[in-house]
Every structure is written in structure tokens, then in C-alpha cells.
Design a protein around this ligand. Structure first.
Ligand SMILES: Cc1ncc(COP(=O)(O)O)c(C=O)c1O
Length: 370
């Protein structure tokens, strides 16, 4: 986290401790409202189209479960889909009889646009796509998918959890109706806060699966009215320190510039992939594309032949390099289709440098030479 992100949170917690939670929120009202302006700037929408929620998953689920599915409706999705999203489709299939169609991918890993077009029919209720998966650097072509969704008037949901903060995102260019993201990943923000974008023109098609006295007003003994904006997906109580942290990390990313961030990440990730690929025992999960392919971003995942990935992660962590393990069940379609083991996930950001990457490469070289 940048210092300004840490300060935004710590200062608010100190204020709560000094004068009280309600009082601190009242005192910082303008700054808290400003968080919506910051997020709106990040993705080019109106502030009323943003809900700030507990995490990306809550944002995604609040929107998904608000869709009035009926038996026979179809959901089109991608092979790179994230487990939390896919289990929700499965639940909807079991409970309401919707049909899930996974659109096949091209050899470069991106979803096939031709197949997408061919699979559209008037039963497709939702196109739901993970932009960048949890287990590789793949970047799905969300703008081109948006053109298809718009042409056929189909509701379009984008999970941008892994891409927000590492590349520009513009909901007008993407043409999506719903987009979700978290603070805690490439935006360099705190844990436990994320956001949901809902296009104002689709808001009234969506009834939140959970409401309270903030998202709805109890207008008469037998009735209530939903809020007129995307905050109908929020609830009354929330972590204002984390919310201010979200605003601060978005402002920081905007200040650095999303184009600059993307360019630097591309440079570092290409260098990392190029070098990893030169180790005979290392198998990169890149669908065999060039290290600097535009279909790849800052997440670099791989396995080492004959080495247990979780043991390798432990060893690399103990040497001061942060990596994690990505298990097949987090992206089961991709893992099954490509026969993936647990992968070692390394992500570069713009603040990394070539020396750090060389240090990491040396560790991998040592492990892979055993
Ligand atoms: C593609 C994708 N979507 C959503 C999420 C969920 O984010 P959060 O845990 O912040 O809710 C993740 C987390 O890894 C993810 O990789």
C-alpha cells in the first residue's frame, strides 16, 4: 500500500477512537462521498452507478443474484471463469433451471469471439466474463465481447477483480452493464473493500437479493422503495476507514496513470516470462504465446517439473519474495482443459524493478535445477 492509502485509513481509525464512529463519519462526509467520484473517474461512469461493498465477491454476487433468471435462461461464460462465479451459476442452474454455456477459447487462451456470436440466441439472459483470471496473465477481449452483448441487447457482467489497477478500464469502451473489482489487488488498497458498477439504464431490472434500511426506505406498513442509485446494493453499516483507503488507492493509481502502469507492468512481466521460459524445468501457463503477447498481463504463473508447487512457494516466501499457490479448483474449467497442477503465482507491479526480478529468477533457477 502506498503511504497515502495507509494514512487515509489510520487517520480515520484514530478519529473514530477520538470522537466516535458516527461523529467521525459525519466529520469526514465530504471525503467519504469523494470515494464515489474517484471510483467513477477510474472506470468512466457516473458516481451514482457505483456501490462500495465489502469485497469484489459481494459486489459480483449482489448483482448476479439480482438478475431475474427463469428456467431455460442461458448464461454464456468463459473457460477462465473464477470458482466463486461459477459455483453461483451452478447454484442458479440447480435452483432455477438455467443453462450454463462455456464459450470455447482460442489457442492463445482468449475466449473465441466467433464462438461467442454463434452461441447467442434469444434465451441468453447474461454474458458473464472474467477479464483476467486468478491463475494466469490471460486478458480476455472484454471490449469485443461488449460489442456482441450490445448488438444483441444482452446483459453483460465483467469481473475485473484482477485487472483493476493494472490497466485502464472504461465501461463505455467495454460496453458492460455491470463490473466488479476489489481494492486489495493491483489497486494497492486495503483488504475488505471493493466496488460494484451498475449502468443506470439496467438498474431497474435488478432487485438486490438483500436489502436493508439503507438500500430501501420503509415507506408504508406494507411497502418499501429501493434507492434510485447503485447504492441499493450497499447496506447501512460499513468500514469507513477501508472505504477511504479505497478512495486513496484509486486516486494514487489515477495520479500514476493507468497507461503508465500498464506499460511498466508489461515490460516487467515480459522480462520475467522470457527468463522463466529459458529454464528447461519451468512450464509457464501462457497458452504458448510470446512472452510479450498483448493477451498477457502482470500475472505470471508456472510450475516446475518434479517440484511440488506449494513446497516451492514456501521456500520462495522464506527468501522474502511474495508468491502464492493457485489451486486447480479456483479455475476448474481451465485447469481441467489444460491439465494444470497447482501453479506458482508471481505478480509484478510497476514498483518492482529488474533487480528484484533477477533475484526471484535466481531462486527459481536454483529450485528447478534440483
Ligand atoms: C477473478 C477473480 N474474481 C473475484 C475475486 C474475488 O475477490 P475478493 O476476494 O476480493 O472478493 C478474485 C480473487 O482472487 C478473482 O481472482
Amino acid at each position: 500500500m502506498p503511504q497515502s492509502v495507509l494514512d487515509a485509513q489510520v487517520n480515520h481509525l484514530k478519529l473514530e477512537a477520538a470522537i466516535g464512529g458516527y461523529e467521525a463519519a459525519n466529520k469526514r462526509r465530504d471525503a467519504i462521498e469523494g470515494v464515489y467520484d474517484s471510483v467513477a473517474r477510474l472506470i468512466n461512469c457516473h458516481r451514482d452507478e457505483i456501490a462500495v461493498v465489502e469485497n469484489a465477491t459481494v459486489g459480483w454476487a449482489m448483482a448476479f443474484y439480482a438478475i431475474p433468471f427463469k428456467a431455460g435462461d442461458r448464461i454464456l461464460t468463459v473457460e477462465a471463469e473464477y470458482a466463486s462465479n461459477y459455483v453461483a451459476y451452478l447454484q442458479m442452474a440447480k435452483q432455477k433451471g438455467v443453462e450454463i454455456t462455456v464459450v470455447p477459447s482460442e489457442p492463445n487462451g482468449q475466449v473465441s469471439l466467433t464462438a461467442f456470436e454463434e452461441l447467442i440466441d434469444d434465451r441468453v439472459k447474461l454474458i458473464s466474463v472474467t477479464h483476467v483470471p486468478t491463475n494466469s496473465g490471460l486478458v480476455n477481449p472484454i471490449e469485443a465481447i461488449g460489442d456482441i452483448a450490445r448488438k444483441h441487447g444482452i446483459l453483460y457482467l465483467v469481473d475485473a477483480c484482477q485487472s483493476a489497477g493494472q490497466m485502464p478500464l472504461d465501461v463505455e469502451e467495454i460496453n458492460c452493464d455491470i463490473l466488479t473489482a476489489t481494492a486489495r489487488k493491483f489497486l494497492r488498497g486495503p483488504r475488505g473493500v471493493g466496488f460494484l458498477y451498475v449502468r443506470s439504464s439496467v438498474l431497474d431490472q435488478l432487485h438486490p437479493p438483500m436489502i436493508d434500511l439503507y438500500s430501501a426506505t420503509w415507506t408504508s406498513l406494507n411497502d418499501y422503495t429501493l434507492r434510485p442509485d447503485a447504492r441499493r446494493f450497499e447496506n447501512w453499516e460499513n468500514n469507513y476507514a477501508a472505504k477511504l483507503g479505497l478512495g486513496a488507492c484509486v486516486d494514487y493509481a489515477l495520479e500514476v496513470g493507468l497507461d503508465n502502469i500498464k506499460a511498466r507492468i508489461d515490460e516487467l512481466a515480459s522480462y520475467l516470462r522470457e527468463n522463466l521460459q529459458s529454464f528447461p524445468a519451468v512450464k509457464l501457463h501462457t497458452f504458448g504465446v510470446e512472452p510479450s503477447s498483448p493477451t498477457q498481463c502482470g500475472i505470471v504463473t508456472f510450475s516446475i517439473s518434479g517440484i511440488n508447487s506449494l513446497e516451492a512457494v514456501k521456500e520462495i516466501l522464506s527468501k522474502g519474495v511474495n508468491v502464492s499457490g493457485s489451486s486447480p479448483s479456483s479455475t476448474l474449467l481451465d485447469a481441467t482443459n489444460n491439465n494444470l497442477p497447482i501453479l506458482i503465482r508471481s505478480s509484478v507491479h510497476y514498483f518492482n524493478d529488474f533487480d528484484e526480478i533477477d533475484k526471484f529468477l535466481e531462486l527459481v533457477r536454483e529450485i528447478s535445477a534440483r
